[in-house]
Design a protein around this ligand. Structure first.
Ligand SMILES: *[C@@H]1O[C@H](CO)[C@@H](O)[C@H](O)[C@H]1NC(C)=O
Ligand SMILES: *[C@@H]1O[C@H](CO)[C@@H](O)[C@H](O)[C@H]1NC(C)=O
Ligand SMILES: *[C@@H]1O[C@H](CO)[C@@H](O)[C@H](O)[C@H]1NC(C)=O
Length: 171
C-alpha cells in the first residue's frame, strides 16, 4: 500500500526540508529510557536531530518497528505509509523491503544500527541533518509540499519501548 513516484528530471522540485518538532516517549521505563532527544539549530542552514535510546535489558534479539507517515490537512492524517518491519531480518536483507530501505537511507550514515542482531548497546542517531534529509526527499523521491510527521513505534524483544515523532515541513 505504497506509491512510487518516478523521478522526472524535467520536474521542477524546489522543496526544502525543515525539522519543526521532535517528540520522544519511553513506553516502558524498565526496558528503555530516552537518553537524548535533541533538535538543534546551529545556524540558519545547519539543523540536526540526535537521539539516544538507553536499553536496560540487553541483548535485543528482536526488533519490530512500526512506522507511519502523516500529512497535516485538518490535523495530521495518515499519508502513504503505515508498515511494520522486522528490523533484524531487514538489516541482513535490505532489498526485501523497498520502503524500509528508502526510510533507512535517511538514518543509515548517522546511526549505530548498521549490523546484524543482537544489539548489546544503546541505540544512537547522531546528528541527522536536514541537509541530508533534503537530498533524499527532493532527489530520490519527491514529495509534495506541506507539513508532515513520521511516527515510529519501537518494539524490542516483544515490548513496545519507545515512540518517536518527527515533525518537518517541505517548502
Ligand atoms: C553553519 O554551521 C556549520 C557547522 O558549524 C558551518 O559549517 C556552516 O558554515 C555554518 N553556515 C553558516 C551560513 O553560517
Ligand atoms: C498504524 O496504523 C494503526 C492502525 O490504524 C495504528 O494503530 C498505529 O498507531 C499506526 N502506526 C503508526 C506508527 O502511526
Ligand atoms: C554497514 O555499513 C558498511 C559501511 O558503510 C557497509 O559496507 C555494510 O554493507 C553495512 N552493513 C549492513 C548490514 O547494512
Amino acid at each position: 500500500n505504497y506509491v512510487y513516484v518516478k523521478y522526472n528530471s524535467k520536474l521542477k522540485i524546489s522543496s526544502r526540508v525543515e525539522f519543526t518538532n521532535l517528540k520522544c516517549t519511553s513506553m516502558d521505563k524498565e526496558f528503555a529510557g530516552i537518553g537524548e532527544c535533541l533538535l538543534k539549530s546551529i545556524n540558519r542552514t545547519y539543523k540536526y536531530i540526535s537521539l539516544r535510546l538507553n536499553l536496560y535489558k540487553t541483548p535485543i534479539t528482536k526488533i519490530k518497528i512500526n512506522y507511519g507517515m502523516y500529512k497535516r490537512l485538518s490535523g495530521y492524517k495518515p499519508f502513504l505509509y503505515n508498515q511494520s518491519v522486522d528490523a533484524c531480518r531487514f538489516i541482513d536483507n535490505q532489498k526485501s523491503n523497498p520502503v524500509a530501505k528508502y526510510l533507512y537511507g535517511f538514518i543509515e550514515r548517522f546511526s549505530n544500527l548498521n549490523h546484524s542482531c543482537p544489539y548489546n548497546h544503546d541505540l544512537i542517531l547522531d546528528k541527522l541533518s536536514a541537509e541530508s534529509a533534503n537530498y533524499r526527499f527532493t532527489e530520490v523521491l519527491p514529495f509534495p509540499e506541506g507539513d508532515y510527521m513520521i511516527e515510529g513505534h519501537w518494539i524490542l524483544n516483544g515490548k513496545f519501548c519507545a515512540l518517536y515523532q518527527v515533525y518537518f515541513s517541505l517548502t
